[in-house]
Design a binder for this molecule. Structure first.
Ligand code: GLU
Length: 452
């Protein structure tokens, strides 16, 4: 048996909001650490706040983690453990380590209520954080802190300690925003005569504006579901999040989940906050997109293809399939396919465009010059056999001509525009290949008619 086999980590999200990037990264680090050491990783939904906890948020947490492929070994809801919480509350009271206090409510002045307070002996607590190093806190400022509103309503610090004890959690890996809770929790472990787990507080994530990433300030951009909807790959999101606050110590930037398990160490988690950089996410996503087998790329492109494209009179699935490599080059995430399609950037592949005379002529060139080049392209492409009709052969035939000119633009622009009818579009070879020889010559003829 390896010495690490007993390692148990947990992610403990509260279902009081949608699953967000911060929780994703904590879950990921807990998962990586457990898998790396052949340990276990648990998911505990902390649903004791009856008013703010919602089923839809729990569903979002579970679905998001499933989509990401972060699989847990066991699942609990904190609310299932209320009887345990009660037993331990009673134990602390019986041992005079906690007491029921009758006091005026802070919320409603004049109203008396009972709470359960921990009898704090005001010790100095020191713990060795696996990321932050030794942390020493004088707990006298905490006073006799409240651990439960009543026997049925334990507060976070108490419930979390009981649950972590019962699940034999060995490593509590969570965000640095929880550091102030840790001394309270350590006092409770000691009062309950339970072993104190190891702590690793991971650095916060800052938004590009350098503010702490928060649901309130940054809205849907922190929701994992937003990235799913926008066609990011789960493996890319994981790869990106792993690199916020951690680095492998090598130049490698593209990792699979399995690769991350192998490379991950808590020693390489930094103390200072990491920044959420969307450009980097887009770059990583593109790298992962390129790694997908062509069938997977096709499947996802079709998944995001909008009706504005599929409902075109001459839409054709086979032709669409041949466009996938070109589309992959032009997008950063699969959601871009929707934007492209709705923006008319795919229409010309299926429908003959309507051309505008002025747009056919290259800037600084003339209509006559445009006509000469188009006639030349027409001749070249007419001579190209149907069986030679590939992007490469079309390109080398046209470029052989364009390269004889002082500049390629005056020849390539009218051809590209004739085929796409757009100021910006893929190169003319890609389009000619996709629409076929007959349609290519038809569109060149249209352009020549306009220029005549
Ligand atoms: N429910 C807490 C949260 O969502 C868990 C904190 C912890 O990991 O102890 O922040």
């Amino acid at each position: 048996m390896s010495t690490n086999e007993h390692i148990i980590t947990r992610i403990a999200p509260s279902p009081t909001g949608f699953f967000h990037m911060g929780t994703l990264r904590t879950a990921l680090f807990c998962y990586l650490y457990a898998r790396k050491h052949d340990g276990k990783y648990l998911l505990r939904i902390e649903d004791t706040d009856k008013i703010r906890s919602k089923k839809e948020f729990e569903d979002d947490i579970l679905e998001s983690l499933k989509w990401l492929g972060i699989e847990h070994d066991a699942f609990f809801r904190q609310s299932e453990h209320l009887s345990e919480h009660k037993i331990y509350l009673q134990k602390l009271i019986d041992e005079d380590k906690a007491y029921i206090s009758r006091e005026e409510s802070k919320e409603n002045a004049g109203e008396m209520r009972e709470v359960i307070r921990f009898r704090n002996k005001s010790e100095t607590v020191t713990f060795h954080d696996l990321i932050l190093g030794d942390v020493t806190v004088d707990t006298s400022d905490l006073g006799d802190f409240v651990i439960a509103k009543d026997f049925d309503t334990p507060l976070y610090n108490f419930a979390v300690v009981v649950d972590d004890c019962n699940a034999n959690i060995t490593h509590v890996i969570r965000g640095q925003d929880h550091v102030p809770n840790t001394p309270r929790q350590i006092l409770l472990y000691k009062a309950l005569d339970k072993p104190v787990p190891a702590f690793a507080h991971i650095p916060l994530i800052l938004a590009p504006d350098k503010q702490k990433l928060s649901k309130r300030k940054h809205g849907e951009s922190v929701a994992v579901s937003t990235y799913r909807k926008n066609g990011y790959l789960p493996e890319a999101l994981i790869n990106f999040m792993a690199l916020i606050g951690w680095n492998p110590g090598t130049e490698q930037e593209i990792f699979s989940l399995k690769g991350l398990v192998e490379a991950f160490t808590l020693e390489r988690v930094q103390k200072s906050p990491g920044v959420f950089n969307l450009d980097k996410l887009n770059w990583i996503n593109k790298e992962h997109m390129k790694l997908l087998p062509i069938e997977e790329q096709e499947k996802r492109v079709f998944e995001f293809l909008p009706e504005s494209v599929t409902n075109l009179p001459h839409f054709n699935t086979e032709k669409m399939r041949t466009l996938v490599p070109n589309i992959i080059e032009r997008i950063e995430k699969f959601g871009d396919v929707r934007t492209m399609g709705d923006g008319g950037e795919l229409t010309f592949f299926f429908e003959t465009p309507t051309l505008v005379r002025d747009s056919l002529v290259f800037k600084g060139s003339t209509a006559d010059e445009g006509k000469t080049h188009l006639l030349e392209a027409q001749a070249i492409l007419t001579n190209l056999g149907e069986s030679d009709w590939t992007i490469e052969t079309i390109k080398s035939a046209i470029m052989a001509y364009a390269d004889t000119l002082p500049k390629r633009g005056p020849a390539l622009h009218p051809l590209r525009y004739a085929l796409s009818g757009l100021e910006r579009s893929p190169d003319p070879f890609t389009i000619a290949n996709a629409i076929g020889k007959t349609e290519t010559l038809h569109r060149i003829q249209n352009a020549l008619t306009i220029l005549a």
